[in-house]
Structure formats: C-alpha cells, structure tokens
Design a protein around this ligand. Sequence first.
Ligand code: EPS
Length: 378
Amino acid sequence: MRFLTAGDSHGEYLVGIIEGFPAGHRISIADIRRDLQRRRQSYGRSARQKIETDSVQIVSGLWKGKTTGAPLAILIQNLGRTVSGKPGGALGTVPRPGHADLPGALKYGLREVPPVSERASARSTALRVAIGSVAKSLLEDFSIDMLGHVTSIGGIDAQKGSRSIKTLRRKVARSPVYCGDKQAADRMIEVIREAKKSGDSLGGAIEVIATGVVPGLGTHVEWDRKLDGRLAGAMMSIQSVKAVEIGEGLECSRKKGFESHDAMYLDGGHVRRDTNHAGGIEGSMTNGEDIVVTLYAKPIPTSLKRLPSFNMKTLKPTKSPFVRSDVCVLPPLAVIAEAVMAWELLVAMTEKFGCDSVDEMTANYRSYVKQLRKRGMR
Ligand code: EPS
C-alpha cells in the first residue's frame, strides 16, 4: 500500500492517490471532513484558514461507497489562490532562511522562490490528513484508536496527565490549542498572542498515542522494515518537525538500564507491564502496549521579524520577505501526526494480515489474535 500526492499551496487542487487499499471498506466523507476541520481550526493559524473550507471529494476507487481495491483518488480544492494578490505569494527572488526556498531553487535550477515554496508549503498536509483519516477509519475496525495532542508551545509545557485516549480526547476537544492541560493551554494561548504581536512564530511538541495495536507489527529482521524507523521517518517528513522521540527515548538516554525497560510479569496467566518507557515498540516491533511518539517542531520560518537574506537575482543583501503566515502550527501538527501514525500502522497491518480485501485481513487478524491469547497476550 502506498500513496502519492500532488498540488501546490495556491494551485487549483491538492491531489492524492492511495494505491493498494483493501477492498470492501466503507469510506465516510463526513469523518474525513471532521479531521480536516480539526486541522484547520485552532488557535494561532493564519488568515488563510478563514479562506479555505477544505472540501474533499473521492473521485475514483469506490463502488456503492465501498473501496474496490482500485486506486482511491482524493481531491481537495484550494480556495486561497493568491497571497497579496499574486499567485504563489509575494516571495519573488528572496529566499527565507529555514525554508526550502534556497536549496530547492539551487537543486532544480529555478530563479524564483514560488515554484519551490508552493510545493514545500505545509498546505499539502491537508491531503495527508485526508489520507490518514481513511487509514484511521479502517484501523477502527481492528479496535485501534489514536490521538495527537499538544504537550508544549513556546517553552510552556503541559503537565503529564492521563494517557487514556478517551479522557484526553474530551479535554483536547475543549482546548483551542489541543492541549489536555487547561492551565498550560491558557499560557500557550498567551504566548501565541504575544508572538503574534511581536511578529514572531513559535515551535513546540506534540505527542501521538495509539492504543489497541497487536504485538508483532514491523520486524527486527531488516533495517528498512523496522517500524520505529518508518514511523520516525514519516513523522520527520512533516513540515517543521526537527526531532522525533519514541516512548521516553530522551529521558531513558540519561537513565540506567534497570529504570529504562518495562518489566513483564504474569497475572492470572496474562502478560502484564506497569510501565511503558519503550512507547509500545521493542526490537522495532509493536509489543502490544500503547504506541507513544513525540514530535518536536521548530517555529515556522515565515514571520514579520524578517531575517537577513539575499536577492538571488541581484546577489545583493536584503531581509527575508514576509507573507501572510501562521504564528504557531503545533495544534494542526497534532492532527497531522495522528494521520501519519494511522497511515504507518495501517501499512504495517496490511503487511502482516494482507491488503487485498478487508475480509481477508479480518480472517488473518482473528487467527493471529487467537494465537496471541493462547500465549498470554491481550
Ligand atoms: C504556508 C503558508 C500559509 C499557510 C499554509 C502553509 O499559506 P498562505 O501563504 O496562503 O498564507 O496558511 O498552510 C495552509 C494553507 C494550510 O492549509 O495548512 C507555508 O508556507 O508552508
């Protein structure tokens, strides 16, 4: 199973094609819309989000509302087609430090910034959310649930609270910055407001949790099939993400081995653990515990505080251009990372249980779960 995307930030459409999705799954456009709306509506976004509605269509690969095994083609129309009245924005020939502008122009022999920035733009994450939403809906049939939430913005950290997805989801839904800690969220809103006033942008961290995942997805046997490597690579590919942590990777790097690993014991014939430092992944495979991944994002590089740069045409020094921009993308990042997690887990599920049809997948899944139960799992 794989997907490809096309589309520019201010072009007509974002286009996605999913190939190899199992046949027989009913797709709900309403669910995809809900996720797109979560991505669009949060505190700290640019005025662009008032322009977009992210209306989504699936234009092929369905028969009577269900997948057929044929490629699924997804379209999202862009309504914001210009910035400052110019297609592709007012960027011209001055690259923004921290953006794809300079390396992209050099690599492709381009003389202007927009042909690079239009494609590098995080606008394309709308499509990744739509694709992830389709993946998430199939994972639900296998009792897998997931949630992304904000844990830090601009140096304000949320207190570690309940990791129960149900509890967190309720709290996050009430928070304009998708953070489960109300006190921290109020401070985050304040720092975003201050950053906006001073023309700056903010980074932070989000955590994604997936629950209900069977042990044995991914593998230890070859480097490019390792699930932690794939998850980290996919998460790193999201715009602005600069570090990815699985479980308590950072904290464990400072601890001793005895404190870092998750002891197992038997309770009435069932394997149990009281801790999850590993974040649900051991030996590059799922181990049956919740999967926990943290993403760290830099502040986005477009801001009113213009950084020193140069004009590619005249080779004269100047300041980086300002175009309409987000102040903080951490809340939408929580939704995007959730979608990315869904995609990677679904790929791993289809590798283990087959991807021609949902019926085949379900039969293989059930037989595996039966074996797991005999061995004290779940
Ligand atoms: C982005 C710049 C902004 C963001 C955009 C990503 O767009 P504009 O230049 O039109 O104001 O709003 O993100 C989205 C449109 C979106 O839907 O996420 C960039 O340069 O990456």
